[in-house]
Write a protein that binds this ligand. Sequence first.
Ligand code: PDD
Length: 285
Amino acid sequence: MSRFAYVNGRYVPHRAARVHVEDRGYQFADGVYEVCEIRAGRLVDERRHMDRLERSLQELRIAMPMPRNALSLVFRETVARNRVRDGIMYLQVTRGVARRDHAFPPPGTRPSIVITAKNHDLDKLEQGAAEGVAIVSVPENRWPRVDIKSVSLLPNVLAKQAAREQGAKEAWFVDAQGYVTEGSSSNAWIVTREGSVVTRPADFGILRGITRTVVLEVIADHGLTLEERPFTMEEAYAAREAFITSATQFVTPVVRIDGKPVGNGAPGLIASALRRDYHDHAEVV
Ligand code: PDD
């Protein structure tokens, strides 16, 4: 099936989609992105993704490439043109194309925008979640503003590859104080022996995941005890359950951490319940 990408105002065949060699995203990773789930042809939590996009852009002083309602129409058109039912939409905005200079380009340089959408295999994702995933820990080596969803992802790339090479799905970054920050492309959670759900507060040290925000609502709805505080790897090894959250994984149980089984080594009840109910709480308009 033919795919289309939206590139700076035009829908082009995916295989012909191009950006300029002096795009600042390409040269400096000077840009931001969003990944939004598409379910039954509709965008999940679009409003929150749009809010976070605006915030990331503001923090980096990049202009919104177009008004929010226009962007929303392009989202819909890209999903429709690619005939996506269940999948993801990817959006990237960079500071634009300009003669190479580290400092900001001349005023009036237009931000570049690219949007793509593709189907994913929901059955395969469900199967992965039913089995649970393994994670490994890696030292935190990212800049201190990972709350901005920047395309500058080299440490995340290396961490994910380290996980792959050890047969794991995800890597958890551990900061200099011994606390877990988050995964290379997901937020990190544990459930203590006492049954409290623990996740790091959304300060500058993690990305405020949209899935995380919705899962906090599900936790409250279930009457579960939440502790928003940093946790150590020792706590993770001793946890009853662990799980990760992201727009592409929803809630996915973790069954092994650094080669050690979590709890009894099977997906936990709380993680499974949160996964089951997550989409009832996510916003679809
Ligand atoms: N990643 N933390 C990091 C570092 C992430 O890259 C992501 C998402 C999350 C979870 O955020 P959300 O729940 O809004 O998806 C947390 C996307 C899916 C990606 O890079 O593909």
